[in-house]
Design a protein. Sequence first.
Length: 254
Amino acid sequence: MRKKVIAANWKMNKNRGEAESYVNDFLPLLGDINAVDLEIIICPPFTCLNTLHVALQKSCVKTGAQNLFWETSGAFTGEISVPMLTDCGCSHVIVGHSERRHILDESDHNINRKVKSSLAGALIPILCVGETLQERQNDLARQVVKEQLEKALFEVDFTAGNLIVAYEPVWAIGTGINASPDDAQDMIAFIREQLAQSYNHELAAATPILYGGSVKASNMHDFILKADIDGALVGSASLDPREFSEIVRSVKNA
Ligand code: 13P
């Protein structure tokens, strides 16, 4: 059976002090939830990574980064490599988030390099895919997601549990308008089918696929009941420790 995964994407929010006080509030709210039940990952800005890792060390919560550069070291001003991230305690990294694709012009080719480099460095990529509103309205959602997946995973080898996919429709991110659980299930089943075709059924069945886009404590339950939805990548609702702990709990109790 696939493990459930709940990941927080803090985006460009919180400083080190705020990250520490978040952990102080969040961990007691987890109660008896442990790593056997589900995987919890928090992806803060780079500047909080080490602080968060140290604060979470005795807990089951893991840390992830929001981006990486594909070379390991050298003259790449402003970039952060996989060995630097693992040195800060990271186990996961978000790759190809729509804000990076659309605001920072991140290309499919570079996303592919990032996926390869994170896997080579034993960092688990959380690969984000998703269509814009216009693409959905033009009935292109499946085609867009298929192409993003194919390009990101071009010549990529991965094993069960080494890669997480997140379906995040762009129109649902930060808008308060989530995809319907049926539509999310539909697309996530389609993504699993694509993985089965490109790799094999066993690997597709063992790969966690998350939904992201306006997830909150009040709607998580409806998503997690769907057969192919293995958890969520949560933005703004993850910034509040109580709300995020309620999201985690609703996954555990499902
Ligand atoms: P929101 O949960 O704020 O819609 O953001 C989703 C997201 O982008 C997670 O990566």
